[in-house]
Design a protein around this ligand. Structure first.
Ligand SMILES: [Zn+2]
Length: 488
């Protein structure tokens, strides 16, 4: 870090007069406003800060992922972020336990690498985000203190954006940049110099970060209240936030004793089409850093039945037809459940004129994803059980969602399911299961299905029943399996 780039708080005295004459001196308006922010957040205590630890008790929602499509539940999220700003290292531990899943993970800088530790599984792997700002940018952006620090660190990227009234009070707007993010616009309270809000426009829409109830720790200011919005929707609420400055120890930046390298994952980076049996193909891809997207295509004579609706359906269908060596039409698309990530390919299916078979509670989200209300003659709403040529479809309920179309293909004794077990690891290594794995196993037993193979909407593995069963048996429902301080 280059301390010489910091603007010192001494410029504050001239701030008022400079702001009266925007553009008179390029950069001076920005410098004055930056100085005002730095002064509010502690002056030298901020600019010479070496590390900050921010502990959050959040409530977090996952849009489009509710138990029903009616609303989205909030789940607890405890987060312990330790950021060594002087050396650009981070350690961010998260913990949650709720109706849908438990997790306890930590993303941490270790020497020149960034690794992701999974305390539930007792494993680590390289983090999906390979550099400081990609891995820890999300933590920087939710902290007004770190935003003030970064603003002061890179004044050459700052641009004054004028004055406005926000929550009834005069504010000055200034935009600036940190690596690997669209520009950040800060709303600086004209009177106090505190940051009330940060806004940025991303591919996910307009994101708003709101800060309030400013206080200080070790002479450095921070907002004790925080909320995060995606578009108009509240996404994260901080129930409490505390901060401490220069308390992060270097022992945070290593892999804990007893945590082992994760088993080898299946490489799904290329599109694959796997012929499971005559007329049954399993196609899809797991893009680097993204969610796997897989569909089963069943040849039903003069047409094809597809199950699994992630985005990219057309590409999977094209790859399937090439592998199968025919050009049969997609007549039926089975919708697994109402979660919006599993409906990303429904516009493709609609364009192909497919008839949709769907749980009743997914129709609204299906119409939205398809881009129009599906006409009645192309909509078949699932009711308990339906037989569609070579496949059987059961409407089941688990902890993950109120209604899911579980597809059973009797000819190969296979089920296709979404989000209950992925089979992430290569070979015969059992992956960590969740409460959903246990719930699905119970639902399959209740239907008395004879299952040899489990297929997942998220992974290419042809999962033997024995592996699925072992994952359910191995699942430890203890929400704090590693005994970490964050969940005790
Ligand atoms: Zn889901």
């Amino acid at each position: 870090m280059d301390n010489r780039k910091f603007i010192k708080a001494g410029l504050l005295a001239s701030a008022a007069s400079v702001m009266m004459s925007v553009n008179a001196y390029a950069g001076e308006t920005e410098d004055a406003l930056i100085a005002k922010v730095v002064d509010a957040y502690g002056g030298d205590s901020l600019t010479e800060m070496r590390s900050i630890r921010i502990q959050n008790n959040y409530k977090n929602s996952f849009p489009g992922q509710g138990y029903t499509p009616g609303y989205v539940e909030f789940t607890p999220l405890i987060q312990d972020a330790q950021i060594d700003v002087a050396n650009e290292r981070g350690s961010v531990e998260g913990w949650s336990a709720n109706w849908n899943f438990n997790f306890n993970t930590r993303t941490v800088s270790v020497d020149d690498d960034i690794v992701a530790i999974n305390y539930s599984a007792g494993t680590y792997q390289p983090a999906a985000a390979p550099d400081y700002y990609t891995a820890f940018g999300p933590v920087i952006r939710v902290s007004d203190t770190l935003l003030a620090y970064e603003l002061a660190k890179r004044p050459e990227t700052a641009e004054y954006q004028g004055a406005t009234t926000y929550v009834g009070q005069p504010h000055e707007l200034i935009s600036f940049e940190i690596p690997n993010s669209p520009p950040l616009t800060l709303y600086v309270n004209s009177e106090t110099g505190y940051i009330s809000k940060m806004a940025r426009a991303t591919g996910f829409g307009d994101l708003t970060y709101q800060f309030g109830n400013h206080t200080s720790a070790n002479g450095v200011g921070y907002a004790a209240d925080f909320e995060f919005f995606v578009g108009p929707d509240i996404n994260i609420i901080s129930m409490s936030r505390t901060a401490s400055v220069n308390s992060v120890r270097s022992t945070a930046f290593r892999i804990d004793r007893g945590i082992e390298a994760e088993p080898e994952r299946i490489d799904g980076s290329e599109m694959s089409v796997n012929e499971l049996a005559d007329g049954v193909h399993f196609a899809g891809q797991t893009p680097a850093g993204g969610a796997g997207a897989y569909t089963v295509f069943v040849d039903a004579g003069d047409h094809v039945i597809a199950v699994g609706g992630y985005g990219g359906l057309q590409a999977r269908y094209d790859a399937y037809k090439e592998a199968a060596g025919h050009d049969k039409p997609l007549r039926y698309q089975i919708v697994t459940h109402h979660h919006t990530d599993h409906l990303g390919g429904m516009a493709d299916a609609n364009a192909m004129g497919a008839t949709f078979v769907t749980p009743a509670n997914a129709v609204g989200n299906l119409n939205t994803a398809a881009g129009e209300d599906i006409p009645e003659d192309r909509l078949q709403v699932l009711d308990e059980k339906m037989t569609l040529g070579p496949v059987e479809i059961y409407d089941i309920s688990t902890n993950h969602m109120a209604s899911m179309a579980l597809v059973y293909i009797p000819s190969i004794k296979a089920v296709f399911q979404a989000d209950h077990y992925n089979g992430t690891y290569a070979g015969d290594v059992v992956s960590p299961g969740g409460s959903g794995t246990v719930a699905l196993k119970k639902a399959i037993a209740a239907l008395d299905l004879d299952v040899d193979t489990v297929l997942s909407a998220h992974g290419s593995k042809i999962i033997p029943w024995s592996e699925f069963e072992a994952a359910a048996t191995n699942y430890d429902p203890d929400p704090c399996p590693g005994g970490r301080a964050i969940c005790r």
